[in-house]
Design a protein around this ligand. Sequence first.
Ligand SMILES: [Zn+2]
Length: 443
Amino acid sequence: MKNKKQHSKQAKLFILVTLLLVLVIASFAFSGLTTVAATGTTAQKKDAPKPALIAVVGGTLIDGTGKEPLPNSVILIEGNKIKAVGPATQIKIPKEAQKIEATGKFILPGFIDCHIHLGTETSSLEYYRDSNSLATLRALQLMNNYLQCGVTAVRDVGSPVETMQALVRAQRNGYLDSIRLYPCGDLITITGGHAYSMHGALAVNGPWEWRKAVREMYAAGFKHIKISPQFTLEEARAAVEEARTLGLHITAHGGGGSDTIPPTMTNIAIKAGVECIEHLNEMDDEALDLMAEKGVFNVPTLQTYYASYQRNDISSFLIEKRGWSMAMHETLFKKAYARHILMGIGTDANGEYREMYPGIYFDEMRYFVRLGMSPMEAIVCATRNGARILGLEDELGTIEAGKAADLQIVRDNPLKSFDNLGHPELVILRGKLTWGRASGSSL
Ligand SMILES: [Zn+2]
């Protein structure tokens, strides 16, 4: 028994020592593993892509707020946002930043087109039989063209739902990398109303159907709503109420435009509570006063009207019976400007007018200046005002710390002439570089 006991004691001791040894070895091994793991983490942290740093250095900054230009500026971009902006003497440029030399050049925010129909047709023949696939490709072509011209965001106020959904989703999923797109989907009108037969219109009747149409656009993923005449006050109110409930922005085609549309539509839309009026036509002083009082925005689209008169596309009924002429639009512009109604740049070059892109955007800016705005005010229309109309003034439209890194570098001083606009040397969109239309850049 004693022997057995001794033997058992020895065995226990042996097991204990072995266990201890195993523990010591294991702890060493584990600490080793921990070290490896820790090193691995450190290495991963080191290798993880840091947001790219870009410093645009030495250019004269026109930041979109209307402030005096800032010479010899530095704009520091981190990832897709502007991190810091100021005079070169005050902004420290980190060593690892990619420097973009802009001395002697001018830096502006990316421009915004507040009224476009990207997906609509190129000819009246296609007007009725276009496919959504073709419309999508055509829309993308214009978006990419705009990007090279310094226009970095658009509000689409009526294009086929499927086309707009495809583009928005493709951007979100990373299939394409183009300008920012804020679509309304189908514009909402009545049976037989303005743009009723356009590819990208939804015709409904009565307040509940109008409400439902807004819900449908919301369900389809859109954050903007466009209503088009004719509409009764009840229909427009239903749409506005529903848009407000769902947190959507809502704009209305203003005035007439077709022989059968009464000239009272703008007043009705403003009374119903829309945020913005598209175009400037057939508005009385009451409508303009109400817009000013309620802070309703306007997108005049003058250049498209000008082209329509040139091409005899305005009906003789409107010209002879309703007093339509370019002078009417111009007078309304001056009245709106005098009332400090906030205006944005919109093009609206639909169908066969599509060939006017991209130049029409800059022609519209020039038109504003011809009618009395300063070049700086027209630049603010193209930038900060555009962002306000989109409801994104905290995110876009100006070159300020915290805003999206959407900007362009142009060769000539835009406060002296807009001739060089549309030909930027470099466009930065979401912090990424895109060479502009001006080739042979020295940047
Ligand atoms: Zn339009």
